[in-house]
Write a protein that binds this ligand. Sequence first.
Ligand code: FES
Length: 560
Amino acid sequence: MSKGLRKGLTSYGDAGFSLFLRKAFIKAAGYSDDALDRPIVAITDTESDYNPCHGNAPQLLEAISRGVMLAGGLPMRFPTISIGESFANPTSMYLRNLMAMDTEEMLRAQPMDAAVILGGCDKTLPAALMGAVSANVPVVTVPVGPMVVGHHRGEVLGACTDCRRLWGLHRAGKMDEAEVEVVSGRLAPSVGTCMVMGTASTMAILIEAMGLSLPNSACIPAPHAERLRCGEASGKVAVALAAGGPRPRDLVTPASVRNAMVLLQATGGSTNGLVHLTAIAGRAGITLDLAEFDRIGRQVPVLVDLKPSGEHYMEHLHHAGGVPRLLRELAPHLDMTAPTVTGGTLQDYADAAEEVPGQTVIRVIKPVGGMAVLRGNLCPGGAVIKHSAASPALMRHEGRAVVFTSVRDMTERVDDPALDVTADDILVLQNAGPKGAPGMPEAGYLPIPKKLGAAGVKDMVRISDARMSGTAFGTIVLHVTPESAVGGPLGLVRTGDRIRLDVEARELTLLVEEAELERRRAAFAGAPPLPKRGYARLFQQEVLQADEGCDFAFLKGTDD
Ligand code: FES
């Protein structure tokens, strides 16, 4: 089998000429024959001025390249789409599959023996890995790492759990404009990804637990020197992979996907992690079993005292022993024989865990896992609630629905003083799912109506087919499937209907007679019209529901 520069020749009808031409052009960049004879390790460059979370990418790319060269390989960087969470319109999720396609096709198209995937901001690592699993090129993943914490008036702050909390204070009139401006400069005090247990942290942890990155790579803070050493070590591992190490589909297996589900429950991880894990598994032809995910949630505790479920931040988790220590604690629930990019097993990662006397971050903070999967006539395909970050008093609640028919409708009316709403009501948001919004925005964290916020209401039951940032707190039911825009029961809810949430029983019930629901169903106007052209059309046509990871239908599974 051809190697390095000889791989995947451009088609000119003459292989010798194709290689000759390729060499002629690459020599224009000053490479020697010695360099060009080395195994090629490609590195995805996801640096972008629109993605400040990846602000340390230049140094990390250098460190990874150094590692590749130290091990005798030739590093070759290439750019891919980079998605900065708060810079993507309408929502980063809308672009995740585009980045996955970009990564997959460029991994296939260009000559390489292995690759290093560099990413971190929420959708970037899931997208890159979805692509890598489909291309099945040997890869090692390097997360950019979490930010360090911020400080304000003696308080430790972090993006973005505290962004929401402090914005909530501002909305309620308890923090003035001037202070909000000051705080905006302190919530994200360094490069790196959000330092709470948001989607970026969750995905970095799941990826490490699946053996797709080096031990400790999830939690080392982005600005630390250790992060660069992790990059250098990953470059070396990539050269070993180029000589014949495990490929992504050797690592993304039913056992490793289950291991990741355990970590997702035990970290109080982001609900988005479930969607992304489903999509990554789907690329390897594995169906994520939501019932099993829920069962795991009843068996494993939340073991990480990190916001939004707890008190600490990612740098504290790192200093407490990071993922290796978590793996050691969770070993009875895990398949420790699962292979890793290093050529060993997950047990090796756990064995490398540092003992940290007196640490208080890795400990049981809730007796059961972070998430529950709900079923019922309101969500036949399932819905999810992160109950570890919800109000215990609302875990069993019946209330009157107050319905918003779209994100726009919610934005326009939720703060209207005339809105008929009380703290016992249940806020319902429709048409915010994968096809409805489109892109399933993080709109599931419906704001508490201003007048209730001002009266001291901090949480209410909120239900939608949208997603929610992993950094958010509240009694929030998400990913209702099927979504309202394709005729799901959520779209049949009307203001005044009664809804019952029972998290212990895993039930979400719309208390309306079936005959009445049938009448409403008959009046359903149909799915939104297809956009005329471009990616918008492809997205609308192909995007799957949350229980299938919101991947595109034609990208699931393997060619073999
Ligand atoms: Fe990039 Fe949170 S905004 S990780």
